[in-house]
Design a protein around this ligand. Sequence first.
Ligand code: FAD
Length: 319
Amino acid sequence: MSVLIFVDQADGHIKKAAYEALSYGSKIAAQLGTTAAALVLGNVPSDLSALGKYGVQKVYTVNNDKLNHVDSQVYASVIAEATSTIGANVVVFSHNQTGKAVAARVAARLKAGLVSGACALPDTTNGFVVKKTVFSGKAFANINITSPIKVIALNPNSFHVTENGGVAEVTELAVTVPESKIQITNITKVLGEVPLTEADIVVSGGRGLKGPENWGMIEDLAHSLHAATACSRPVADAHWRPHHEHVGQTGYQIAPNLYIAIGISGAIQHLAGVNRSKTIVVINKDPEAPFFKAADYGIVGDAFEVVPKLTEEIKKLQA
Ligand code: FAD
């Protein structure tokens, strides 16, 4: 009996959500009186023993070129076999792009109950009850997982990273890596400075900006904060901004520490993609804009006046 945490990494860079999953999984192990281990796939970063800081005693690796790109079927096969080999009975993922593609497949292979979108430690006093967000974060559900193996996908930004462990033992795991049924012919990386789904701070613009020619001030503010840029759906639909910046129910769902919404009304479909942000700042000239209800801080004002002043002040603070 142990807890296995999948560590999401790309090009040797461990994603922020993976540290949250490690801290979360280690806490579950402590709660169950068992051990926690991490699983890292692909050409793995060096010095993985340092992951012990987040509470895992062991790090298992499957160092194989075929795992450098996420193929959900291949990943699911490898992770399910690793789970059985290790004898883990709780498997933790981040509920991010990779976790969403892989966790359910792993659960199906292991005949395990799955809770995706978990937002708190399970209550193990009477069963194994996991709290999760439902209806785009508008409500919570408590789900009791009754299967012997349990799979949990943790919402990004819902659990603090804690560093109170030591050095982990790193072991290469012998598992079968199946051939992929797909062939990647070309990869074009978006040349944004900060990937949207990984960004700590996101500066987002809506139709209130009037046109693509006005995005310079959004980019300036984003640069000053080392932030990623995002937009509402109509902005992407009108080709003012590329679709990979569109956030919301039908776009990316993000959970940065700070989300700055500029000239966005705050329609429910937009909020569905951003309401897990830790702090929301809204800049809108209409004091009745619905977004203010979801905001931690609000500025009622014309974006064309407020945003350049804000950027100027931030730059002064950084000088
Ligand atoms: P608007 O609603 O036009 O709002 C513009 C805002 O800018 C207003 O609040 C206005 O007061 C403010 N403003 C105007 N001028 C200024 C100024 N000078 N300074 C400051 N503020 C100013 N939308 C998404 O974003 N993401 C989705 O994923 C998504 N999915 C959808 C799915 C479905 C099935 C449907 C039906 C809709 C979806 N939508 C989505 C659309 C959504 O309902 C809204 O229409 C959209 O979010 C509105 O975008 P907006 O806030 O940029 O524009």
